[in-house]
Design a protein around this ligand. Structure first.
Ligand SMILES: [Zn+2]
Length: 434
């Protein structure tokens, strides 16, 4: 499993727009990432150029797909509304939750995954967020699934017994007052979740049948509570030991749950609290490859710096986890706070110099030739900007001769950030040798 990974959704925001796939891939490589979980929100819209550009730079790319629904219903067939989870209260948050127990949804999902893997050279598959909603449990408006199919499957499993009630405290089957019935419900959800994943991987038309050699990573929620193994099983139906035992994924990814990631002052070693989940997985399979995912900036207060990320990676190693990924590359604090900096400078033939910056630049100012000065002097005829790349067309350079290039006053571009709430940051001066 690749150690330093990052998640990318190329359709999220403006950061990846109006620039080449090569520039995105160069930026990811320049920041030390060796694996990308490419979040595909619409299977019919995979950016093949980006996938190829990343793989050409020896970055592994995993097809990363949501397990329990979709943000984009464009690819869903007619009648998909029948697959919707029934939540405790109606939800209108832009996410279509789909019932893990619906056979048509499972069939369609398996066919979608197989079709994507047939069409594109992904290195692996990540089933992200296959859990039942929602934190903190039956009081959550999005608590699910309470559809007719789930209710009748529950009754089949428990000899005609009806599922608990989640709305009315006076109801004879209210979940809080009927702990035995509620325990059965928890069991039912955990089994359904494991069965869903087992079907996606090992069932008819599943990934193991259609693409036996591709590695599959299953995502499991992780949260800082006294007993996270019990908690994610009860609240989200994710029984980590049973998933490892029955589904036999190639790896699991522990996803930082939102009550943890949204904390402003979350210490980077918060993952200590996730150790019981690591132990539960490795009690079944001692060499289980495990990844931990951190959120690095979905909200302004949780933007994380490179320093924080490095400390997080070290804390993961201390709980026996070598592999990390981050949601999402362009949400990190560095995009807001770090000045542009040349990471690599290369000659490309006699007349061209390619500069790879750590981040996307302001295209207008970075295209001004007078910001670049060669020693010994060398005339620049053109400076072309492509995301984080600058191509300088120069007078012929002498082979074997060293040139120094000084770069001044290069800004980044706040308008391409997820939230344009902070001013541009500027490279004052940097000299590189060619
Ligand atoms: Zn259901």
């Amino acid at each position: 499993m690749v150690s330093r990974c990052v998640q990318i959704d190329p359709f999220l925001g403006r950061y990846y727009g109006n620039r080449s796939a090569e520039s995105v891939a160069e930026e990811i490589a320049a920041n030390g990432f060796r694996g990308v979980q490419y979040i595909v929100t619409r299977d019919s819209r995979v950016k093949r150029e980006l996938l190829n550009a990343l793989r050409q730079r020896r970055i592994d790319v995993d097809y990363t797909t949501f397990g329990n629904g979709t943000y984009d219903t464009a690819d869903l067939p007619d009648g998909w509304q029948q697959w919707r989870m029934v939540t405790r209260q109606p939800m209108n948050d832009g996410y279509a939750r789909l019932c893990l127990n619906h056979p048509e949804y499972r069939r369609w999902k398996k066919a979608q995954i197989a079709s994507v893997l047939r069409q594109y050279p992904f290195d692996g598959v990540h089933i992200m967020e296959p859990f039942w909603p929602e934190y903190p449990g039956p009081t959550a408006p999005a608590y699910a699934c309470l559809c007719e199919r789930c209710r009748s499957l529950f009754s089949q499993m428990y000899h005609g017994e009806q599922p608990p009630d989640f709305m009315d405290e006076a109801h004879p089957r209210f979940w809080r007052t009927q702990p035995e019935l509620y325990a059965k419900w928890v069991e039912f959800r955990a089994k359904s979740h494991t069965n869903f994943l087992n079907d996606l991987l090992n069932g008819e038309g599943g990934i193991r049948k259609t693409h036996p050699r591709i590695a599959v990573t299953i995502w499991v929620l992780a949260v800082d509570v006294p007993d996270p193994v019990r908690f994610v099983r009860e609240v989200h139906g994710q029984d980590v030991a049973n998933v490892v035992r029955q589904v036999r994924p190639d790896a699991i990814c522990l996803q930082t749950h939102w009550p943890d990631w949204m904390k402003e002052n979350l210490p980077p070693d918060y993952v200590k609290a996730y150790q019981p989940l690591v132990r539960a997985a490795r009690a079944v399979r001692p060499d289980m490859p495990i990844m931990v995912q951190a959120d690095i900036g979905s909200q302004p207060q949780n933007r994380r710096s490179w320093q924080w990320i490095e400390a997080f990676r070290e804390a993961c190693e201390r709980i026996g986890v070598q592999s990390t990924t981050l949601y999402e590359y362009m949400l990190g604090m560095y995009i807001y706070a770090e000045p542009p900096r040349v990471v690599r400078a290369m000659r490309r033939g006699r007349n061209t110099v390619l500069l790879v910056f750590n981040k996307r630049l302001d295209a207008q100012s970075a295209a001004e030739k007078n910001r670049y000065t060669f020693t010994p002097p060398l005339q620049i005829s053109l400076a072309e900007v492509d995301g984080n790349l600058v191509r300088l067309s120069t007078a012929p350079m002498q082979a074997g001769k060293r040139y120094r290039l000084t770069i001044r006053d290069i800004s980044d571009d706040p308008s391409t950030r997820w939230l344009p709430d902070t001013p541009a940051v500027k490279l004052q001066e940097q000299t590189v040798t060619l």
